[in-house]
Design a protein around this ligand. Structure first.
Ligand SMILES: Cc1cc2nc3c(=O)[nH]c(=O)nc-3n(C[C@H](O)[C@H](O)[C@H](O)COP(=O)(O)O)c2cc1C
Length: 370
């Protein structure tokens, strides 16, 4: 029997050839938001990987919506041109049925951060620090930038920026557009009572705190043509007393479904510093299953999916519809091909690398025994 992991799936208007998704990962390799040669090889290797879908890193909808000065952006014609070239290269050389998406993000109070390898303290003005925005003027942790509370005009501007970036992403030709509403970034900051202390219509009770993410979702839906799949990464727990829980995730998923979103990817944590405790294999699967069961929306999960068997079990049990993996693909861009081999399914990789395809290279079993 065909393993469930390798069955195709319709995601709204598109179809992915299997249930494996490469999770978005910031690569800190852009200049002024513009993709570089790094992205050409990075996106292309994932387009050759055999994963049904890969989703590009958190991409700022405005310059101050980036996480770091080297994050991708999609606010200018130059950003759009460069990303269009990246996508065209990936489509030219990648597998013909590889679907490619992009994640749109505003980092809010978690913006203006140094690059991971530039350790120590806050980003300095010489290195391009900017004034961050947030629902309330509360830093995300000790030693983190103090954000400015957003005005009503700021809120409208950011909603519009998500719509503009969605239009650009669709024009470039991405198959999937993903709204980032998790990991402590701006949409999550509005949703969570840990970071939203507003007393106007954009805060207060659950309905008020949901108003901004839902308004962004509506603007993105309106801006995104119907042939492009639209989804969101959401959080299933803040891991802190008084924070968001899985019931809040179910509510958000229902709101998104009602507005024509095609999927959610259920993640967790990071609304406050240290807000993601050490977690074991498959740590979001159970909460994601609840979101799927109670929202009826196509559901993906992510987080330490430890190997092909766990991925297969998450799908075949009906817990979730897709699994996303991040670090496993950085470590092994051929993860999907190797998973297929392990589960006994033929999966054709790139013809350029056919000499190491399944069964084609006797040394494979030796080299992978490390
Ligand atoms: C280098 C790196 C960059 C990441 N950047 C993003 C990002 O841009 N957007 C996002 O939603 N998650 C991001 N994440 C989180 C991953 O997508 C994923 O949710 C997390 O790593 C857990 O999955 P894993 O156990 O398969 O790595 C990043 C993770 C890593 C390791």
């Amino acid at each position: 029997m065909q393993p469930a992991l390798f069955t195709p799936i319709k995601i709204g208007p598109i179809e992915a050839s299997n249930r494996i998704v490469i999770s978005p990962m910031c690569m800190y390799a852009a200049e002024d938001g513009t993709a570089s040669d790094f992205h050409i090889q990075h996106v292309m290797r994932f387009a050759m990987s055999g994963a049904g879908l890969s989703v590009l890193e958190a991409t700022g909808v405005t310059p101050d919506g980036r996480i770091s000065p080297a994050c991708l952006g999609l606010w200018s014609d130059e950003n759009e041109r460069a990303l269009a070239h990246v996508l065209a290269s990936a489509r030219r050389w990648g597998l013909p049925d590889a679907k490619i998406g992009i994640q749109l993000c505003h980092a809010g109070r978690k913006g203006s951060t140094p690059l991971p390898w530039e350790r120590g303290g806050m980003l300095t003005p010489e290195k391009g620090a900017w004034q961050t925005l947030a629902p309330s003027a509360i830093a995300s942790g000790e030693g983190q930038p103090m954000p400015r509370e957003m005005t009503g005009q700021d809120i409208k501007d950011v909603i519009r920026a998500f719509a503009h970036a969605s239009r650009r992403a669709a024009r470039i030709g991405f198959d999937v557009i993903e709204m980032h509403a998790a990991h402590g970034y701006l949409l999550h900051q509005f949703h969570s009572p840990m970071s939203n202390k507003r007393t106007d219509e954009w805060g207060g009770d659950e309905e008020g705190r949901l108003r901004f993410p839902v308004a962004v979702a509506e603007a993105m839906r309106e801006a995104t043509p119907k042939h492009v799949a639209l989804g969101a990464r959401i959080t299933s727990t803040d891991f802190v007393e008084g924070g968001l829980t899985v019931d809040d995730a179910v509510r958000l998923a229902r709101e998104l479904k009602a507005r024509g979103f095609d999927y959610v990817c259920v993640s967790s944590g990071n609304i406050v510093q240290g807000g993601r405790p050490a977690a074991g294999p498959g740590f979001n699967i159970e909460r994601a299953a609840k979101v799927k069961a109670e929202s009826g929306l196509l559901t993906r999960t992510v987080g330490f999916i430890a190997g092909p068997q766990m991925a297969e079990e998450a799908i075949s049990s009906g817990a979730v519809d897709q699994v996303a993996l991040a670090r496993a693909f950085l470590d092994d861009p051929n993860w999907a091909i190797h998973a297929a081999e392990r589960l006994g399914v033929p999966l054709q990789g790139s013809r350029h690398y056919a000499r190491v395809g399944p069964g084609a290279w006797p040394a494979a079993s030796v080299s992978r025994a490390f």
